[in-house]
Design a protein around this ligand. Structure first.
Ligand SMILES: [Zn+2]
Length: 389
């Protein structure tokens, strides 16, 4: 359990809009995939990045959106359609430039946390020279150069380097790679929700000797999810295991307010009381797939593991149901931090979900950087809650 802090630490949160990308409907909804919608049938959706500011631990970015002018991707990667001019948003700036305009020096960023390593989330980490990169542990399968000996019998003298197999997806190490290499000066830290038993294996040590693994405490289960990491160890930022869309996909739960002043559910013995934002990355690509009562099933088209992706969306929907008062308490296998609520059977926190491409949030007037999201989130939380409904 996170250590209760008095008063609870809350984080400043703002949303940056880098551009709009074209999303075919058959990659969003299963019914559109089943009906054979063409690639051209779709809509332009926003690409959000988020600035999280901790009062003492500094500034963090969650996702970096699309690179400036959608340029600089690996040559073998076919960049999908990007809109440069919708809604008066200048898409000709990347996150670093937007930050500078808002008075924040990219050198102040301490961590760049990626929901996953798709092109529209990785952006350009280059200007964040004092930051490390934080990714889900399964992203190793994308990043690592895995070498495999040709046979069980290792002949030290043959030194058969040519027969080693390159597995990385990273360009230019792999000329056909589709994930751009990170700046070499930026340490990469992996969030391991499950410790691997072979972590002390000699080869493993060698392979990860330059990596500082994220060692924060794993909470399992966590609300309606199987695992989370308390990133600052103070209950203000959790990285939540939401696998399926892409190897290592994670979400973030950010505490933005100690409690909704209009709420009677402010028990101090519940460490998760307050108002949180769930930054869902690409858990799904439209809110109709996660909202309670939503009727659209997420498309299986662009999922790494459809089964896991649908399970993650199901857990997100369950979280909304609990927080909105539609479901009493967290399920038995998803106790975690919510276990303390067993006597009341109610969740004492409010959660507002923002997906990386959730167009409706813009339509609802979500303020953009340099404006702060917190007041808007508290208002939204009150609106979306239907206690006892
Ligand atoms: Zn995306």
């Amino acid at each position: 359990m996170p250590t209760p802090t008095t008063p609870p630490i809350t984080l400043k949160l703002s949303a940056l809009l880098t551009t709009f990308i074209h999303l075919p409907f058959h990659t969003v909804f299963q019914d559109c995939l089943d009906s054979g919608y063409p690639d051209s049938s779709g809509s332009y959706v926003p690409v959000f990045s988020f600035l999280i500011e901790h009062p003492s631990e500094g500034k963090v970015l969650f996702d970096l959106g699309v690179r400036k002018n959608a340029e600089g991707y690996p040559p073998h990667f076919n960049v999908p359609r990007v809109s440069q001019s919708r809604a008066g948003v200048s898409a000709k700036k990347d996150v670093a430039e937007l930050l500078v305009e808002g008075g924040i020096d990219p050198k102040e960023i301490k961590h760049v946390i990626y929901s996953h390593l798709h092109w529209d989330h990785t952006g350009n980490p280059g200007p964040f020279v004092n930051a490390d990169i934080v990714v889900g542990g399964e992203a190793r399968s994308i990043l690592d150069v895995q070498t495999r000996k040709p046979s069980m019998v290792v002949d030290e003298e043959s030194n058969s380097k040519e027969e080693e197999e390159t597995k990385t997806w990273v360009y230019p190490t792999n000329p056909l790679g589709t994930v751009l290499e990170f700046p070499r000066s930026m340490p990469v830290r992996f969030v391991d929700f499950v410790r691997k038993p072979d972590v002390e294996d000699e080869d493993e040590d060698e392979k990860t000797s330059d990596l500082d693994l994220v060692k924060q405490r794993v909470i399992s289960p966590f609300m309606t999810f199987t695992h989370a990491v308390d990133f600052f160890d103070d209950g203000s930022l959790f990285l939540v295991d939401t696998p399926g869309h892409y190897p290592g996909h994670i979400s973030a739960l950010v505490r933005v307010s100690p409690s909704d002043s209009g709420s009677e559910l402010t028990s101090t013995r519940n460490t998760l009381s307050g108002v949180y934002v769930f930054l869902g990355g690409d858990c799904c690509h439209n809110r109709q797939c996660y909202v309670p009562g939503g009727t659209r099933e997420m498309s299986g088209k662009i999922q790494w593991d459809v089964g896991k992706a649908r399970e993650s969306v199901g857990r997100l929907r369950m979280l909304c149901e609990v927080c909105q008062g539609r479901r009493r308490g967290f399920p038995a296998d998803g106790g975690g931090a919510g276990r303390q609520n067993d006597d009341t059977g109610e969740c004492v926190c409010d959660v507002v979900v923002i997906l990386a491409h959730e167009a409706e949030r813009l339509e609802e007037g979500m303020p953009l950087f340099p404006q702060d999201l917190r007041e808007w989130v508290v208002h939204r939380a009150r609106k979306e809650r239907v206690r006892g409904g």
